[in-house]
Design a protein around this ligand. Sequence first.
Ligand code: DPP
Ligand code: ZN
Length: 844
Amino acid sequence: PTTIYLKDYTPFGFTVDDVHLTFDLSPNATRVTSRITFSPNPDAADHTFFLHGEELKLIRASIDGQPVLPNVTDKGLTCDVPNAPFVWEAEVEVDPAGNTALEGLYMSNGMYCTQCEAEGFRKITYYPDRPDVMSTFTVRINGTEKVMLSNGNPTDQGDGFAEWHDPWPKPAYLFALVAGDLINHPDRFTTKSGKDVELNIWVRPGDEGKCAFGMEALKKSMTWDEDVYGREYDLDVFNIVAVDDFNMGAMENKGLNIFNSSCVLASPETSTDDNFERIEAIIAHEYFHNWTGNRITCRDWFQLCLKEGLTVFRDAQFTADMRSEPVKRIRDVIDLRGRQFPEDNGPLSHPVRPESFVEINNFYTATVYEKGAELIGMLKTLVGDEAYAKALDLYFDRHDGDAATIEDWLQVFADATGRDLSQFKRWYSQAGTPRVAVSEDYSEGIYTLTLKQSTPATPGQDTKQPQVIPVAVGLLGPNGDEVAETRILELTEAEQSFTFDGLAAKPTPSILRGFSAPVILEHDTSSAQRAFLLSHDTDPFNRWDAGRSLARETLLTMITDGAAPSGAYLDGVQAVLRDDTLDPAYRALMLGLPGQSELAAALHDGGTTPDPQAIWSATETLRQAQAQHMQDLLPRLHGEAQVSAPYLPDADQSGRRALGSAALSLITRLDGGALAAAEYAKADNMTLQLSALGCLIRAGKGEAELQAFYDQWKDDRLVIDKWFGLQVSLADPEHTATVAQTLTQHADFNWKNPNRFRAVFGALAMNHAGFHHASGTAYELLAEWLIQLDPVNPQTTARMCSAFQTWRRYDEGCQTLIGAQLDRIAATPQLSRDVTEMITRIRG
Ligand code: DPP
Ligand code: ZN
């Protein structure tokens, strides 16, 4: 396979002035006719006329009306062309019904749809399928489907056809087409400047009752982007379509967003509070791409973080504004530590802006998205809110209509603020999670904080340069009062000291407030100090994190020394949970424990080989201790969930349910499931129903409820995904692989549907002790199914390979077992480029 490098970028030899596409739809033989005006690109040195094209049957081609015979390979075609503007026409045939990879034009439940990011358009027609080639598109769809949609505005429609025109030049990855028997949930929105926009969410018949929440989220997103970023919508219509078979969450195609149905359809009976919050965030994310991604796109795929990091950052701001800022921040950091840190500290580690790839689909990662968003947050912290706003205005002004780079992005900040960002740029090129070691000194009223940064070697990067790390620090006095307000320390050297004076006594530092940088803090501090921060810190994030680090510390000593659960932790958390003035959602987060994979990483970092079984047992023991310790408090916490008002998936109600559910899971450890069974029986929304069912499964009960749940929901595919996932993720480690294996035999296990495949195998990989069971059966089961899925859907298969990325942490036995499965996958004939790259990188 060919490796593509950032340093090799050259512009395409031609510009595209306009694109006309005609689709004659037919399930196995859709004809696509393209008419494209090309002109020689004066900025390009190479004028080879190469058009990408894969899995296409070329019927005919012509230039300026004269038939031509291009040179066709399995990657595309070349052709001799005039040294002046010319009109290229081609007719190709594609097979949407046979397209199981869900890339290009394919069918899902009898409906036509497309996915072109990153490189799917080349499976629709011959084209320069690269993001820096932008053009207006005019599309005609001929077919018998009731609804036929494409990008932009509708221009004409009649019996058997529909025409669309998108006036905004766009790269081909933003092209979309949908045709099928769909029903719309319509609404309208008036922009700030008075433009009337028609909004639609299109779904399969039967799903029309699950669109209202998504529509509200869309309107809120539109208002928010006007208010906060000054960005208005720019077409007459905005369409969203829900599709069942989809490799990712959703796609921001211009004016025609296509969503995995799990990321848009919602109802209180079938969706949990977490589903609602996620749907709201994803709708916002895709909508925000209209400016950060579509109006300003990426020059090449190495710049993916330019649109994704920024758009994730924007959707996080939106969620914080709609709900609770500290709760959103804590949840994002849990996610970052749970998904991005393992990636950044293992064989798949790569910079936020990668410098090479074999298959770009393998780089839609937590590093590009979530660490990419952290970089935007740090930039904002470093320059301040006002300068950030000014820089963003300049970015939109200067680059509207461009295919831009990270250099362009940073230049805007440099110009708007006068700041030199050359050191900041290292965040984009250096992979790995920086460690920041803290030491303290106090004498004669002066407190000195010494910070030392280092980043471990990552694949291809043996040594690292110091990065600029904004460390937000506040100081607390002995009685818990804040004696120094939050100050941003800019750590730019390998080691640097910062002083605070005028202090009457040695303070307790609260470091990395709000998680001001995506680093691992190494601070050798006593549990008394952590407990002190847990009860006094004014920064809600650090207060939570103090509890988290106490939990981590006690779990680690339980695992390594067989110690008993720490009283300081149990008392400290109990005190926070008793405080009714605190947001229930926040208190629910306080009850959480570090993930078992995170504990494995911490052990490995400290030089101990993690034993997944021991980690699981310690976690169970600590949970049991929590339950006993808080026995008297739990009924009151559980009572928080009893909301008498009609169900609303808002921050207030969902926080109360989260706390109630966390309490129920502890109560189940004491009463054997009596309360959970009662709660299950009376639950009238999916959040409470699923949490009660989860408690029962964890307690080794709930067989009857599982069956009842299935019977109740067997016709709702999104709920049945939950049914599959829950059984695997909560299975006892001794039986996890068997449970997963049995479920793959279930009549409803439609493995070609990515949501269903992920429900089982995503959950298998997440069940840490079950996945890493010493028998190796889970590894074997996953490998077997990855091998089966690869020829059908390489993209989803490759994504799931990352389950093996942490394999070098574990003992030799595990490594041998996983190594054998990696070898087995690698030896599979005709393995896809996607999976080949993943396995090669994971094996190292
Ligand atoms: N660009 C999509 C998103 O992140 C994924 N393909 O919104
Ligand atoms: Zn995105």
